[in-house]
Structures are given as structure tokens and as C-alpha cells.
Design a protein around this ligand. Structure first.
Ligand code: AMP
Ligand code: MG
Length: 326
């Protein structure tokens, strides 16, 4: 696996044109890119990740112009798309009926396809240079935490992919909001940094909030995900005994501060998440990777609190941490 600098976009584009696999930075997490119109290249993504074949991929393009041919839309869907796409480039993936140009291996046989324009200069340059849509799921081994640095990618996929291009740390830190614009009622299939309130404002219609009950509609949600490399991963229920234990912990800053002033610093591995939703999103996967490499056999994870963290800005953190402990 080659480690490319952010200026080596032409080499990354060449590898993609040859059917190779290149991990690329985006504002959400690192993606594992391949030519989305080449079924053999796409099949390599599934193999490298150990991804179940029923979990469809997101196609990445450099703008709305390049997205149109991937879909086959009615008037209502077109009007929704035009409004929602004003958030592109950004952490928003749109699901709509696929056109016949999209290979079945991308959609895992579904009649819809998910498309996004990532907001990262390096990857936008690569997308413009190749001129084809790039399939890119998160660049982790299936089931493991998503990578937010080139180093995290290398740790999981070195030996399985052709290159990773180092674009620094991801600014958002959790995967895109996935929204289904094709169904009768618009609905969130995966919570991310774009909130349902922002979408409602933009679309001028109600948006059905994310619920675990949608798992059938977004196949990726069925599978074990985000789990750190630790034998036991459990929700933190009793802060005082957790603080005194030898377990690794992932806790919010306010909790860590209160416990430390009460009982002093702890010796065991402790990952502290910022108290803001944005900050927690950005730090979340590095914390999961951190406990995985700490040597701990058990980790307790503080889940967002129903009172302190109730608004929809916390949906993505609640979802990822909740599923990491399941
Ligand atoms: P990843 O790229 O690893 O972040 O995963 C992509 C996510 O998007 C998974 O949760 C998929 O289930 C979801 N997804 C991709 N394509 C579709 C689609 N056509 N319909 C619904 N969900 C999709
Ligand atoms: Mg993923």
C-alpha cells in the first residue's frame, strides 16, 4: 500500500482508472474509493473490507451535474433533489431511484442508489480528474470503527488496498446523514451532521426522524458496526464504580471533570469526548480506536444523556456509541 501526499491526486486518479482501491479523505471519514461503474473494481471494495454483499455503497461525484445520470426521477423527487443538493458539497447522502447505468453490485440489488458530493478539496480534485462516479464506503474493515485519519486506514487496510492519500484529520468525524428522498415521506436512514430540522427547512416538508426500525430500509444498519477491538464493550451505567475500575473508559468532558475532582485522576485508559455535539462527533472514532489499542479487555462507554444531550444534533453520536456497545 502506497502512502500518497495530498498533492498526488493525479496518481490516485490513475490508480482508480486502472481499477484500483484508494482510500481518500473526506470531511466525514476516510472513504475506500473505486470506479463506481466498474463492477470488478467495486467487488474489490467488498473483499478488502470484508463487507457483506447486501450492504450497498454510496457513489461520490464532484457536483450535482454529475449526479443526474445516476438517477431516474419523477417531478416530486426532482424538486426535492434540487433543494437538498444546495447542501452539497457536504455530509449529506441522497437516496433516490437508480438509473440503469448503476451496476447492481453498487446498490446490492436495490432499485435505489445513494449519492453524495464530499466537501474535501483533495477528493473533489480526484473526482473531477477521473470523471466517473466513485463508490466509497468508510475505509475500515467491516464492523470496525470508521477511520478519521490516514493512519487509522493504514492500520486496518494495509495490504488490502493500493494506496491511501493523507488529507489530515476529518473535520466532521462521523459518516454522512443518509436521507431517502424517493419514498412518499422523506426520511432519515442514518443520522449524521445534517439535522432533520435543517432538511425540513430546506425541503419545506416534514422529515421522518431516524429510528432503528428503519434497519430494513438501509441494509448497512443490520450489521455489527463501530465496535472497538476490545473483548467487552458495555454502556457506562455507574460512573463512580466505572471511574474506580481498571476498565478503559469513554466519557464526556463534564463527567470526567466531575469524577476527577471527586476521586482524583485514574490510571486506566480514559478517552474524553467534548461536551458539544460537533466536538463529540469529531473525536468519537479516534476514541474508539484509542480504547482498541490500549490493551484493555473491557471498555465502558458513556452514552449521550436523555436530558443533557436530547436535541437532534446528538442523534449521530447516540447512534454510533449505542451501536458500538450492542
Ligand atoms: P458506509 O459507506 O460504510 O458509510 O455505508 C453506507 C451506508 O449507506 C450504509 O448504511 C448503507 O446501508 C446506506 N445505503 C447505501 N445505499 C443505500 C440505498 N440505496 N438505500 C438505502 N441505504 C443505502
Ligand atoms: Mg461504514
Amino acid at each position: 500500500m502506497r502512502l500518497l501526499t495530498p498533492s498526488e491526486t493525479s496518481l490516485a486518479a490513475l490508480l482508480l482508472r486502472q481499477g484500483g482501491l484508494v482510500a481518500v479523505p473526506t470531511e466525514t471519514v476516510y472513504g475506500l474509493a473505486a470506479n463506481g461503474l466498474d463492477p470488478l473494481a467495486v467487488a474489490r471494495i467488498y473483499a478488502a473490507k470484508g463487507r457483506p454483499a447486501d450492504n450497498p455503497l454510496i457513489l461520490h461525484v464532484d457536483g450535482l451535474e454529475a449526479a443526474w445520470p445516476l438517477w431516474s426521477l419523477n417531478d416530486v423527487q426532482t424538486a426535492r433533489l434540487v433543494r437538498a443538493a444546495t447542501l452539497w458539497p457536504g455530509p449529506l447522502t441522497l437516496v433516490l431511484p437508480a438509473s440503469s447505468s448503476v451496476p447492481a453490485v453498487v446498490t446490492a440489488g436495490l432499485s435505489t442508489v445513494a449519492v453524495r458530493v464530499p466537501n474535501h478539496p483533495v477528493t473533489l480534485a480526484i473526482l473531477t480528474e477521473v470523471g466517473f462516479p466513485v463508490a466509497a464506503p468508510s475505509a475500515n474493515r467491516s464492523g470496525w470503527p470508521s477511520p478519521t485519519s490516514a493512519e487509522h486506514v493504514a492500520r486496518q487496510l494495509s495490504g488490502h488496498i493500493d494506496a491511501v492519500i493523507d488529507g489530515g484529520l476529518c473535520g466532521v468525524g462521523v459518516e454522512s446523514t443518509v436521507v431517502d428522498l424517493g419514498a412518499e415521506r422523506v426520511r432519515i436512514l442514518r443520522p449524521g451532521a445534517v439535522s432533520p430540522e435543517v432538511l425540513e427547512e430546506l425541503l419545506g416538508e416534514p422529515v421522518v426522524r431516524y429510528e432503528a426500525a428503519f434497519i430494513g430500509a438501509s441494509p448497512g444498519l443490520r450489521h455489527r458496526h463501530y465496535r472497538p477491538d476490545v473483548e467487552a464493550v458495555v454502556p457506562l451505567l455507574d460512573p463512580v464504580s466505572a471511574w474506580q475500575s481498571a476498565d478503559a473508559l469513554i466519557v464526556f468532558a463534564s463527567t470526567a471533570g466531575a469524577l476527577a475532582s471527586q476521586m482524583g485522576e485514574r490510571a486506566a485508559h480514559t478517552e474524553v469526548l467534548p461536551d458539544s455535539a460537533d466536538g463529540a462527533m469529531r473525536a468519537l472514532y479516534a476514541a474508539l480506536v484509542g480504547v482498541g489499542t490500549s490493551g484493555a479487555r473491557r471498555v465502558q462507554i458513556e452514552l449521550p444523556d436523555a436530558d443533557r444531550h436530547s436535541d437532534s444534533a446528538w442523534d449521530a453520536v447516540r447512534d454510533r456509541l449505542g451501536r458500538a456497545t450492542r
